[in-house]
Structures are given as C-alpha cells and as structure tokens.
Design a protein around this ligand. Sequence first.
Ligand SMILES: [Zn+2]
Length: 106
Amino acid sequence: MEQRKVLIASGNLLQAHTWKGMLEASGIEVELRGEALMGGVGELPVDAQSVQLWVFSGQAEQAQLALAALDVEQPQWQCVQCHEFNHASFELCWQCSAERSESHNG
Ligand SMILES: [Zn+2]
C-alpha cells in the first residue's frame, strides 16, 4: 500500500477541483477529501469548506512542483489574426476561430 499525504488544503471546493484536474493532467493521482465531499449533492457551499488534496508520497514532490507552477498565471497565446488572447486550453481563437499558432521547441 502506498502512503498518501496531504499536499494542500483549500477552503474553496472549486479551487480544489481545479487543482486536482491540473495535477491529474500532469500524471499525478489526486484524491480529494474533506467535509464538503461528505454531504449530498444538494446545495454545496463552495467556500468555507475544508478540502484536502491527497497525493501518493512518491508523487508529493512532483505534485508540489506542479502546484507551484500553477501559481503563475494561466499561460495564454495570442491570435496571429486578430491579436486576441486565448486561454491555453483553446486550440482555436475564440474570437475569429483562427488556428492556434505558436512556436514549439522540439
Ligand atoms: Zn483570432
């Protein structure tokens, strides 16, 4: 059995879910634990709840680095057609639907 440890705790369930998704995108398995997750699905207050992100001990260091990297602003790319800024997850410009074009190294 692998040991798990708390990576970080958040008072914001949405934030916790965001982190979880981003960490999992980095190949890090994350488990959310907390009181906020125990109740029914009904009215879920998204704040004033304590949610913890648990990761395997073996991935904790990697997870912390990933989390540190997430503290910076979301990477954006600028459309070459209309110069609009787009979120990194968009493959097409939201404004003019031009394809994302940026230089990739390698
Ligand atoms: Zn555009």
